[in-house]
Design a protein around this ligand. Structure first.
Ligand code: ADP
Ligand code: MG
Length: 606
């Protein structure tokens, strides 16, 4: 018996006694090791002509024995010599083991998270097995060896002779796990089922390049006997067949032109458990220092728990076709939390053997690019298929507005053009750019009114007054709208007809256009103005001074009103706000916080 190195023992101890519940990743680790071993043999054959590999036979096999309570993962890859067994399975080969130990000493929680995030390779077998044996023969060797261990103190390595039931005549390995005894909390027997193992293979190893085969039970109709009478009823029988369980070619590596819309939709629905087709599917193939493929989907409907605390955002993260994380939250910003998809990078390692910091930087680089891509795809959906976009916005628009608010407006460049609001004049959803493009000469701000009910907002005297002036008003009924506008403060409208300083300049420009010149355009920053807060500045100078005079002339009356209303109002005055309307009075606020917003704020958190 040889003893494990101390650092390995630490990790093994953690593994065996892990409170980490995701035991099932052991299969993923063993299958990807098998795939690596086949890769190694295959690569050898490419550079060494004496190495002959029958490509069609390269495969991984998964089997189980209910009575013996074993699971076996076999491959016909490169195998290991007895020295390699010692070197590879006797120590945990990872540079960060010191760091890992430190973390482990501090808190089990952190270490456990590492298992969940990156797996710890071969040793994860000890999460479910009380004994593991590796019977292996290295390519080109005439000897077969077996490594066995209970994962606690140490291991043994001994030669295996031809009379042994798992002797290997050809290169490759058989990893046999004898499952732990069931406890009150965990039943390891659940892994001894065709259904469960198939499920794990398709979930975690579906895109492994080599076939992962299993004996699968099937049912077929028996042949009709020759002497069967008219009343013969067809009989069925079960039989088993070695089947390839994984799909092998990752759909995200294929070129979009080679995949049908239906195939993408099927993949989306089965992978992300949705019954509706995605609203949009798009992919990304990054090359260079950091290579990855991403296949992303905008769902066609909002998941029922999207706005609940339990909702988890994130994309599936693969490393060379092997799933390492089901919801990698770092890959998408919160306001794109609805995006589903897969990111696969061979540069992200499956193991904790590489620096975690490096991983973080890689994830950040990917997430920046992915965010940009999502933004441009949503823009394309808005421009190509407005109806679909409006439906999308109904589902997920709140999150976008919330993103603007939460980032204090710093995400304006990404998000502002994706927003839709109800136009009081057009009576439909419009973008801010469309609003700006429809502005008459002289309008210098975007006006909006916020409240619970669209109809009621449309009847507000101040809304009617602004509309009467020829300016459109956005009617906002979502709780987040006003906060979103507050955070944005203004909107950068692109390519508006140029606003001229003087009548002469305007006429000269009109003449130039009449003579065949292109109309002059400019970008303009438009303030976002709440019609019921602050001074709208819509009145002409004459109207303003008339209002001031009227306030002065009726000073006594207004003072008396202020006195009667006491603390309920700040002041009473004649306003130009209602010019041309039939409402005699209005309650309003000064400063940026509208009455509606005040109501939300004073209601406190939900
Ligand atoms: P990693 O796969 O990241 O190297 P593991 O703990 O999963 O780490 O495996 C440790 C090593 O054991 C591998 O690097 C490989 O050399 C060896 N190994 C494991 N499984 C096999 C196998 N089925 N065939 C050949 N070598 C294997
Ligand atoms: Mg491995």
């Amino acid at each position: 018996m040889r003893k494990f190195k101390t650092e390995s023992k630490k990790l093994l101890d953690l593994m065996i006694n892990s409170i980490y519940t995701n035991h099932e990743i052991f299969l993923r680790e063993l299958v990807s090791n098998a795939s690596d071993a086949i890769d190694k043999l295959y690569l050898k054959s490419l550079t060494d002509s004496s190495v002959q590999v029958d490509q069609a036979n390269l495969a991984i096999n998964v089997a189980f024995d209910k009575d013996a309570r074993t699971i076996t993962v076999s491959d016909n890859g490169i195998g290991m010599t007895s020295d390699e067994l010692e070197k590879n399975l006797g120590t945990i080969a990872h540079s960060g083991s010191e760091e890992f130990k430190a973390e482990n000493a501090q808190s089990q929680g952190d270490a456990v998270d590492i298992i969940g995030r990156f797996g710890v390779g071969f040793y994860s077998a000890f999460m479910v097995a009380k004994e593991v044996s590796v019977t292996t023969r290295a390519y080109g060797s005439d000897e077969c060896f077996r490594w066995t261990s209970d994962g606690i103190e140490g291991y043994t390595i001994s030669p295996v002779t031809a009379d042994d039931p798992i002797y290997r005549a050809q290169s490759g390995s058989d990893i046999v796990l004898t499952l732990k005894d069931n406890t009150d909390d965990v039943s390891y027997d659940e892994f001894l089922s065709e259904y469960k193992l198939k499920d794990l293979i398709t979930r975690y190893s579906n895109y492994v390049r080599y076939p992962v085969k299993m004996l699968v039970t099937k049912s077929r109709q028996k042949d009709k006997p020759a002497d069967a009478g008219d009343d013969y009823k067809p009989e069925w029988e079960d039989y088993t067949e070695l089947d390839t369980v994984n799909s092998m070619t990752p759909i995200w590596k294929k070129r979009a032109a080679d995949v049908t819309k239906e195939e993408y939709a099927e993949f989306y629905k089965s992978t992300f458990h949705d019954w509706a087709d995605p609203a949009r599917t798009f992919s990304l193939h990054a090359e260079g220092a950091l290579e990855y493929d991403a296949l992303l989907f905008i769902p066609g409907q909002a998941p029922f728990d999207l706005y609940s605390r339990d909702y988890e955002k994130g994309l599936e993260l693969y490393s060379s076709n092997v799933l390492i994380m089901e919801k990698c939250a770092d890959l998408v910003p919160d306001y794109y939390n609805f995006v589903r998809g897969v990111v696969d990078s061979s540069d992200v390692s499956l193991n904790i053997s590489r620096e975690t910091l490096q991983q973080t930087r890689q994830l950040q680089a990917m997430s920046r690019r992915i965010e940009k891509k999502i933004t441009s795809e949503l823009g394309a959906l808005r421009d190509d298929d407005r109806e679909a976009y409006e439906k999308f916005f109904e589902n997920f628009g709140r999150g976008l507005k919330y993103g603007l608010y939460q980032s204090y407006g710093s995400k304006k460049d990404e998000l502002a053009d994706l927003l839709l609001f109800w136009s009081a004049r057009e009576e439909k959803m419009v973008t801010l750019a469309e609003y700006a493009a429809a502005m008459p000469d002289g309008q210098a701000a975007i006006y909006y009114a916020a409240g619970d009910d669209r109809e009621r907002l449309a009847k507000m005297p101040v809304v009617k007054a602004v509309l009467a002036k020829g300016y459109d008003v956005l009617l906002c009924t979502a709780d987040v709208d006003e906060f979103c506008f507050q955070a944005m403060r203004d909107f950068e409208a692109k390519g508006l007809p140029k606003a001229y300083e003087s009548d002469e300049a305007r006429e000269a420009a009109a003449q130039a256009v009449a003579d065949g010149a292109e109309p002059e355009l400019e970008d303009r920053t438009l303030e976002l103005k709440n019609v019921s807060a602050g001074d709208l500045d819509l009145a002409t100078d004459e109207e303003k001074s008339a209002a001031q005079e009227a306030t002065k002339a009726n000073e006594d009356l207004f003072n008396a009103m202020k006195e009667a209303l006491g603390d309920k109002v700040e002041k009473v005055a004649v306003s130009t706000r209602l010019a041309g309307d039939d409402a005699p009075a209005v309650i309003t606020s000064e400063g940026p916080v509208s009455l509606g917003m005040e109501k939300v704020l004073s209601a406190g958190p939900e």
